[in-house]
Design a protein around this ligand. Structure first.
Ligand code: HEM
Length: 439
């Protein structure tokens, strides 16, 4: 991807030479919401409007919660690769926002890899990344095939499905329930807890989901303290970093939460683009482009995490044309930064995007970049391959433009993805969970 010169580049360089540049002339600050129906319907139009501010723009991520949003690619890289200037620790900032704000669960300080800096961060992160490195790709693939088949068998006879609610949002939970070491019959509690926390509409629902999630994590860690297995929980526990039980619980909670929404959205966004793009099929299994191409297209043009990487300047800083106060919230828009030089709508992705080329920031960058990129891609690819192998004539039931997107500043994911296909016979469907395991 060619990266246009950043408006604030000269100014940012001047900071390091000790000369103080004047702030760039820019429009008086209006605050643009990154929540609500308008943003959910077309966030890319909002990012384009924000470009008049330069490399960073003032936004509101929830009522009363302001942030500066980095929308320029080079500025995003400069921030993500500079842990000397920037901290990930929200401790001071979180006291300054409404305490009932809906963004607090995603932003509040916790002793885990995401919200810590330096050596503490490195220690937590190593436990997670070393453990993920121990996952055997063929085991990952086998487990994804099996949980995919279980899910597909549930709706295969119906001829129609919501690929978000009945597939993309359940599959990561079924997979990670196994990968963390519990039997399939415990996955309901995880679904109740984690899916419930993200999807709850009332404080009561949120509290019930929170209680289920706590119970799940407690059961999981107690079971593995009694008996280790070949699973992520056991590897977290036995890692040479020697985390305490509390620290292990925190890293499990983070890893499950960090995998759930983005992985669901990666699968859902890729399927939505495949189902409206003839290059993937006349017949999905016989098309010219593959699920890997669809995933590359999504990472480049519809990143599942749109805006995150909350950072706080450790001191007042002049950054790409903007003065920022120590401790103020700065977020990175992976979506805006990556699409700065252009964006392909579904069905019109470029050769570079289709073949996986084209720089993007969908996994962030720097010390906090996603440590699970390879397993995430393997899980998503296998899940999509499995679905399209079973339901080879699957089609979207509504026009792409009619699809609704989940509101909120951080994620880019669909509310539902209605599709139809030729029903699979009851006999075939019964066989799904065992017959084709090794296909
Ligand atoms: C197997 C599934 C996944 C797991 C287990 C996982 C796990 C994690 C963890 C533990 C972190 C924190 C790393 C740190 O702070 O050092 C992280 C960060 C991140 N992940 Fe993933 N992730 C998964 C899938 C995804 C997907 C599908 C995406 C989007 C394409 C994604 C995007 C990100 C981004 C943007 C960050 C940086 C967040 C920030 O610094 O605020 N992840 N992930």
């Amino acid at each position: 991807m060619s990266i246009p010169p950043a408006p604030g580049r000269q100014a940012a360089d001047a900071q390091t030479t000790g000369q103080l540049p004047p702030p760039l002339a820019r429009p008086a600050h209006e605050v643009t919401p990154l929540y609500g129906a308008e943003f959910a319907a077309d966030p890319y139009a909002v990012y384009e409007r924000l470009r008049r501010y330069g490399a960073l723009a003032p936004v509101e991520i929830a009522p009363g919660v302001g942030a500066m949003l980095v929308i320029d690619y080079r500025a995003a890289l400069d921030l993500l690769h500079d842990p000397v200037t920037w901290s990930k620790d929200p401790t001071g900032w979180q006291e300054t926002i409404p305490q009932d704000s809906q963004v607090l669960p995603m932003m509040r300080a916790r002793p885990n890899a995401l919200f810590t800096d330096g050596e503490i961060h490195a220690r937590y992160r190593k436990v997670i990344s070393d453990s993920f490195d121990r996952l055997e790709p063929h085991e990952v693939r086998r487990n994804v095939r099996e949980v995919s088949d279980q899910l597909i068998a549930e709706f295969a006879q119906d001829g129609e499905v919501d690929l978000i609610g009945q597939y993309a949002r359940l599959l990561p939970l079924l997979f990670f329930n196994r990968a963390f070491g519990l039997a399939d019959d415990r996955s309901d509690l995880l679904i109740q807890g984690l899916a419930g926390m993200f999807d709850s509409n009332t404080p009561e629902e949120a509290a019930a989901a929170d209680a289920a999630y706590t119970r799940y994590i407690t059961e999981l860690t107690q079971a593995k303290q009694l008996e280790r297995g070949q699973d992520l929980t056991s590897w977290f526990m036995d890692h040479p970093a020697g985390l305490s039980v509390e620290e292990i619980i925190q890293q499990i909670v983070l890893t499950l939460a960090a995998s759930y929404e983005p992985l669901s959205n990666l699968i859902g966004n890729a399927l939505s683009r495949m189902l409206v793009d003839d290059r993937y099929y006349r017949d999905l299994s016989g098309g010219a482009l593959t699920p890997r191409d669809a995933l590359a297209d999504v990472l480049r043009n519809e990143p599942p995490m749109a805006n995150y990487s909350a950072h706080f300047p450790k001191r007042d800083v002049y950054f790409h044309g903007h003065w920022l106060r120590a401790g103020q919230l700065v977020l990175v828009s992976y979506a805006a930064a990556t699409t700065q030089a252009g964006r392909a709508a579904p069905g019109e992705s470029t050769g570079a995007a289709a073949s996986g080329g084209g720089a993007h920031l969908a996994w962030a960058a720097g010390p906090h970049a996603c440590p699970a990129q390879q397993p995430a891609l393997l899980i998503a690819t296998t899940a999509i391959e499995r679905l399209t192998a079973w339901l080879s004539d699957i089609r979207l039931s509504v026009r792409y433009e009619e699809l609704r997107w989940r509101p909120g500043p951080f994620q880019r994911g669909l509310v539902a993805l209605p599709a139809h296909f030729s029903p699979v016979s009851p006999e075939q469907a019964k066989g799904m969970t065992w017959q084709n395991r090794d296909r």
